[in-house]
Design a protein around this ligand. Structure first.
Ligand SMILES: N[C@@H](CCC(=O)N[C@@H](CS)C(=O)NCC(=O)O)C(=O)O
Length: 305
């Protein structure tokens, strides 16, 4: 079967994140399904069909024609198959690659092959800065001076530097009129805060172990016993949320709160990971409720890398 070919309709006006277009994620999808895939953009929403003409073929051999420096994250986290790009590419081509082959028949932007752990990346012309570098700069001395953990996020608000995402969320609510998400009344506040602490202490660690075990480790190197132990621990934690959500729409009451902001990514991953998942009906309904929110679709339901 011939290659699946995507031809850029016109030079994009905004940067596009092409990381969803990797062979393992396209396998088994119809042309219509591929055309409907939403691409993360820097401005307006766009699907694959909006940006590219598609000639259906074998998704294990993907060819991108008419590329350009605004096309970011091509082949990001790919595990197998082949992508050939006829032209230049933007930032982070082949970042986090674990297998397969990515050939760029032009030049690549910065961070090509960064944090790559497998596969083959070939760039026929120039490669930008940080070729094969570590993760995106978070171990650089300038970044470590702001956040000694070398992790994201870090926020600068005037002279104030903040790290730890839950602290950042609380600060933003306190300084940006966020009482709807983070109530000021002490008792109401505890209902939100306990879930934020629970995210860090209970459900977060096994969900992190699943991320590393399933997504950041090559299939042949996976520790299946450790993955299964993490799955069970995560399941026990989600069962606590299941009980708490009985008869209520959101964890801290009838409205979305910081509890959902800090747990959104994890509940998305729980439903996206290739694991056995007994039905937790309240957690599932809560997740579906969150999925109706455009911001959840745009910022949370993104490729897991
Ligand atoms: N408890 C920290 C955890 C931060 C964290 O683990 N960040 C991850 C991304 S979610 C990270 O920076 N990983 C290194 C990388 O992606 O380069 C927080 O909530 O801010």
């Amino acid at each position: 079967m011939s290659a699946l070919v995507l031809t850029l309709r016109q030079a994009p006006e905004q940067r596009l994140d092409l990381s969803p277009l990797v062979p393992h994620a396209l396998a088994g999808k119809t042309a219509a399904e591929i055309e409907k895939i939403e691409l993360q953009t820097t401005r307006t929403r766009l699907t694959v069909g909006d940006a590219f003409r598609l000639r259906m073929g074998d998704a294990a051999h993907l060819r991108i024609e008419g590329a350009g420096e605004r096309l970011d994250r091509i082949g990001c986290a790919m595990t197998d198959g082949e992508i050939v790009v006829e032209g230049d590419v933007g930032a982070q081509a082949g970042r986090l690659m674990r297998g397969g082959s990515l050939v760029v028949r032009g030049s690549a932007g910065p961070w090509a092959g960064s944090a790559m752990i497998g596969g083959r990346l070939e760039i026929l012309r120039d490669a930008g800065d940080h070729l094969g570098g570590p993760f995106g700069g978070n171990q650089d001395p300038e970044y470590l001076a702001l956040n000694p953990n070398g992790l994201v996020p870090t926020v600068k608000d005037g002279d104030l530097i903040l790290w730890e995402s839950n602290t950042i969320c609380r600060y933003l609510c306190a300084t940006r009129d966020g009482t709807r998400l983070y109530p000021t009344a002490p008792a109401a506040r505890t209902h939100v805060e306990r879930w934020m602490d629970w995210q860090l202490s209970s459900v977060g660690p096994p969900m992190g172990a699943l991320l590393f075990g399933l997504i950041r480790t090559k299939p042949e190197q996976r520790d299946h016993a450790a993955i299964e132990a993490a799955r069970r621990k995560a399941l026990s934690a989600w069962m606590i949320a299941e009980d708490a959500l009985e008869g209520r729409s959101y964890l801290a009451g009838d409205e979305v709160s910081l509890a959902e902001i800090t747990l959104g990514t994890l509940v998305y991953r729980w439903h996206a990971f290739p694991i056995e998942r007994p039905l937790l009906k309240n957690v599932k309904a809560w997740y579906e409720r969150l999925r109706e929110r455009p911001a959840f679709k745009k910022h949370i339901e993104i490729p897991i890398t």
